[in-house]
Write a new protein. Structure first.
Ligand code: TRP
Length: 331
């Protein structure tokens, strides 16, 4: 059975883009692999969150992942900060990580450009911490998007370097697990091609949005005056509405509006009203579960503790063996 590891950034509540992206695939993977999914709260310290924001965002993603179907009995679901073995492995890996290679990482260069007054060592060594997250469980597969390929390449570099330095084959080479075709890209409501939080309020539908909020957001989605001749290609914002409908609505609903578009008698107001109701129906089960989980601290504590214990079992073994390989020996 393959060992799968992936980290979840604690960014607060999840939207439909997250759901159709990583989340649904995690839910599928937990059935057939030994999965370790953790909330990357050590990593988030690079941006210096307040204690309240840190905890609040961790809680929101934990609740949303559970509500959406991540099963703590099947996957090991834990907080990165509950596994200090990761921090120890990070220290070991940093001894063999070179300034030049870390400075060349695209995500580091981007951050250094966008936040020039906070270029801290945590940002620079983000790839070593991510490598530690992955190889602490000796993972084979890492389900991540294209934007993480370079970090994963670094992980392989660090794992191989460790093996070479100590003349061992201890760490396997983890590969990106790409869902390719199965990934449904969810567009934003503002006409942009991607639903995302940073794109601004109103661009994303969150799993816990109230029906009234969803209606307001969808009705505000960008449209135009409509097609004037049959067969006209759809402008991006219109294409987006159809793509959202494809993900959320019944096939016959989609067909109805496709035909209306082709016949140039589409009414975007009606289409958005329908889309809003379908989005409300789609998110309803999540909304209810999120609400009940949010107030169930006892259950959340139980889930976190169970994850911590299972993750610790795997990580403690690795650290014990790594210490021995490096040459730390008890007298
Ligand atoms: N870097 C990942 C992201 O930005 C999060 C992450 C941290 C991660 N550690 C990881 C992903 C280990 C996969 C494996 O989304």
């Amino acid at each position: 059975m393959d060992i799968v590891v992936s980290g979840i950034r604690p960014t607060g509540n999840l939207h439909l883009g997250n759901y159709f992206g990583a989340l649904r695939n995690f839910i599928k993977m937990q059935e057939e692999n030994q999965c370790f999914f953790f909330i990357a709260d050590y990593h988030s310290l690079t941006t210096h969150p307040t204690p309240a924001d840190l905890h609040g965002n961790v809680k929101s993603v934990l609740v949303d992942y559970l509500a959406a179907g991540l099963d703590p009995e099947k996957a090991t679901l834990y907080l990165q900060s509950d596994l200090p073995e990761t921090a120890e492995l990070y220290l070991f890996l940093n001894m063999n990580a070179y300034l030049g290679e870390l400075e060349r990482v695209t995500s580091f260069k981007d951050k250094a450009r966008t936040q020039p007054d906070n270029i801290n060592a945590g940002l620079l060594t983000y790839p070593t911490l991510m490598a530690a997250d992955i190889i602490i469980h000796k993972a084979h597969k890492v389900p991540v998007g294209k934007d993480q390929e370079q970090h994963l390449e670094m992980t392989r570099t660090f794992a191989n370097r460790f093996n070479r330095l100590y003349k061992t084959e201890y760490f396997p080479e983890p590969v990106a697990y790409n869902f390719g075709e199965q990934l449904i890209k969810i567009p934003g409501l503002d006409g942009s091609t991607k639903m995302g939080k940073s794109e601004g309020e109103g661009n994303a539908i969150f799993l816990n949005d109230d029906p009234s909020v969803i209606r307001k957001k969808v009705m505000k989605a960008v449209t135009d005056s409509g097609p004037t001749e049959p067969g006209q290609p759809k402008p991006q914002p219109i294409e987006n509405l159809f793509n959202l409908m494809k993900a959320l609505s019944k096939p016959e609903t989609l067909r109805f509006f496709e035909e209306a578009y082709d016949q140039c008698n589409i009414r975007y107001g009606d289409m958005k009203k329908q889309l809003a109701e379908d989005a409300i129906a789609f998110t309803e089960p999540f909304r209810e579960k999120i609400e009940s989980l949010r107030s169930n601290d006892e259950y959340l504590r139980k889930v976190a503790l169970m994850g911590k214990e299972k993750a610790h079992e795997s990580a403690a073994k690795t650290i014990r063996e790594v210490r021995e390989i490096i040459g730390f020996k008890p007298f």
